[in-house]
Design a protein around this ligand. Structure first.
Ligand SMILES: Cc1ncc(C[n+]2csc(CCOP(=O)(O)OP(=O)(O)O)c2C)c(N)n1
Length: 557
């Protein structure tokens, strides 16, 4: 029997390496879900809110390097998914969305100029176009062929591919589609891209007059690119700083790895930036949470070499840092390779002060001064994890403290919803990573953020995910802002506000209700509970009561 469009789409996605789908059932996506569930090489995980589907896919990609799929129904299925899709979009995480649409005979709202014609009919693809790499309304063989073409080229995807498919088309026998040709999107973007030789030339010129250079890497640097960069910086003795998104590349045992930087990261990295005279920035956004609001105060003495393959990002940096920035539109890998190759062929030193980065012992002292229990419990947790563990951290103080702690101990890879910073990220992201095959996965949550996707606790239980919760009775980071700018009025952020209190809830009871062995402890009881929490192959929830008055302190800032 001829396969249906739904089956053909799933087959093609499987052939392109998409093995896991997350989503919620609905009348307009039931055929897509059935196809993903019955296909022998794919699996479908029925999450309990569509938002989690996109966040699972984010965590899945961060942990495995492979894109996942989301399948949602028309109307509310799509609108619930938006946050998960946005998280992928702003972090350049590939995601394939299959979104149901009412059947063609009902998909007529635009024809009549009405808000709706079919039940739950929404113009998803127009909305999704704002936060997708490609958004396609699949209504027949021509648009289906376009969708199939994109599916065969997933390796170049850096965000969501959104396919809206009418219900009757999903069920129809798949028309013969012209064979899809392989091609890379980079080819079409190549105009204006600088060649590695040009990059080397301009970078070397600047290096020759630099005495205090720093390499700054972000999430856009792949492990492969970083291997070349790491070898190069080791030979040239250039210290490296990492954004939160590149924390998994940071190895505290390597002296040239000088840790994280940014407005909420401890002082060593930021102190280096204050003294650097040249920054070589690769695959890093240099967004506000990394550089602050006052651009001249970020690495004030430094010239910036900014390397990014996205010309729009380059234009933003040019706007923010004007003449201080030397913009290079290029992929990181050829540049990394070329820098190393150049060093090996030339064997020259081109700046005198090789040890400048080791002058800041004062900063090491500063690091210990402000470490309070918010950070220290996470230092103990992260310091006790094996390097194979994959950690997801949520939002608010919890997130800042996680990265502060990761900077101070030899932490495993920590991922977050780096740019969207959405509450409710960590639990579904951890579920996604576990579904992708990771056996040791931890999600770190505040008691506030956890409530946003706590419906996924049963999936966490089934996949032995460990959930660590810092319970500071509400939205700590918001109270911090309210202290700073709103006279300490905790409307909507504390259970004790007289007029707009947060409702009281018990995350421990929720976890217990979902069948997860769970404990609530005080910070000084962590050591004796860690072995239990980290028991292999068992789901666990550990809630640690944290002093609600603690703040995020930018140590050394
Ligand atoms: C979906 C979403 N809504 C609102 C916010 C704004 N916000 C950022 S952090 C935060 C509070 C986080 O509280 P909690 O998860 O308990 O972490 P804490 O700051 O207490 O560590 C809020 C409301 C957000 N980032 N995401």
């Amino acid at each position: 029997m001829m396969p249906s469009v739904a089956e053909q789409l799933i087959d093609q996605l499987a052939a392109s390496g998409v093995r896991d789908f997350f989503g919620v059932q609905g009348g307009a996506c039931a055929h897509l879900i059935r196809a993903s569930s019955l296909n022998e090489t794919t699996s479908f995980t029925p999450v309990l809110n569509e938002q989690a589907a996109g966040l699972c896919a984010h965590g899945y990609f961060k942990a495995t390097g492979r894109p996942a799929g989301a399948i949602v129904t028309t109307g509310p299925g799509f609108s619930n998914l938006v946050t998960g899709m946005l998280a992928c979009y702003v972090d350049r995480v590939p995601l394939v969305v299959l979104c149901g649409q009412v059947s063609s005979g009902l998909n007529l709202a635009s024809q009549f100029g009405t808000r709706m014609y079919g039940f739950q009919e929404i113009d998803h693809s127009s909305i999704a176009a704002h936060f997708s790499e490609y958004s396609i309304r699949v209504t027949g063989s021509a648009t289906l062929a376009k969708a199939m073409h994109l599916i065969t080229n997933l390796e170049v995807l850096q965000g969501p591919l959104f396919l809206e498919i009418q219900d009757d088309l999903q069920r129809a026998p798949c028309p013969a589609i012209e064979s899809c040709t392989k091609g890379t999107r980079m080819e079409t973007l190549s105009e204006g891209v600088t060649t590695p030789e040009e990059v080397i030339e301009s970078t070397l010129e600047l290096l020759q007059s630099s005495t205090r250079p720093v390499l700054v890497v972000g999430a856009g640097v792949t492990r492969t690119s970083f291997e070349f960069l790491d070898e190069w910086t080791a030979k040239e003795k250039i210290p490296t700083l990492f954004s939160w998104g590149a924390q998994h590349l940071f190895d505290g045992k390597i002296p040239l790895h000088q840790g994280l930087f940014g407005t909420h990261s401890p002082g060593r990295g930021n102190e280096l930036l204050r003294h650097a005279d040249l920054l070589i920035c690769m695959g890093v956004g240099l967004l506000q949470h990394q550089v602050g609001k006052e651009f001249p105060l970020f690495a004030p003495e430094a010239t910036i070499v900014y390397i990014n393959s996205d010309s729009f990002e380059c234009a933003r940096i040019s706007h923010d840092f004007s003449s201080r920035a030397n913009i290079i539109v290029s992929d990181c890998l050829p540049v990394a390779k070329a820098l190393l190759k150049f060093h090996e062929s030339q064997k020259i030193d081109y700046w005198p002060d090789h040890d400048w980065y080791s002058v800041d012992n004062i900063i090491s002292e500063l690091l210990t001064q402000h470490v309070h229990e918010g950070v220290s419990v996470l230092m103990e947790l992260l310091g006790s994890c094996s390097s194979e563990t994959v950690v997801f951290s949520d939002a608010g103080q919890t997130l800042s403290w996680t990265y502060q702690a990761a900077n101070l101990v030899n932490a495993p890879a920590v991922f977050s919803s780096f740019n969207l910073h959405t509450m409710g990220y960590a639990l579904p992201a951890a579920v996604g990573a576990a579904q992708g095959g990771q056996t040791s996965v931890i999600s770190i949550n505040g008691d506030g953020g956890l409530m946003m996707n706590s419906q996924e606790f049963p999936h966490a239980r089934n996949r032995n995910v460990k959930t660590f919760v810092l319970d500071n009775q509400g939205y700590g980071i918001i109270r911090q802002t309210q202290d700073d700018f709103l006279g300490g009025d905790y409307s909507g952020s504390s259970p004790f506000h007289p007029r707009s209190p947060l409702p009281e809830y018990d995350v421990l009871a929720l976890s217990v209700a979902c069948g997860i062995p769970s404990r609530r402890i005080q910070p000084d009881e962590l050591t004796e509970n860690l072995t239990w929490f980290l028991t292999e192959g068992e789901p666990r929830t550990l809630v640690v009561d944290i002093d609600p008055t603690l703040k995020v302190l930018g140590v050394g800032l």
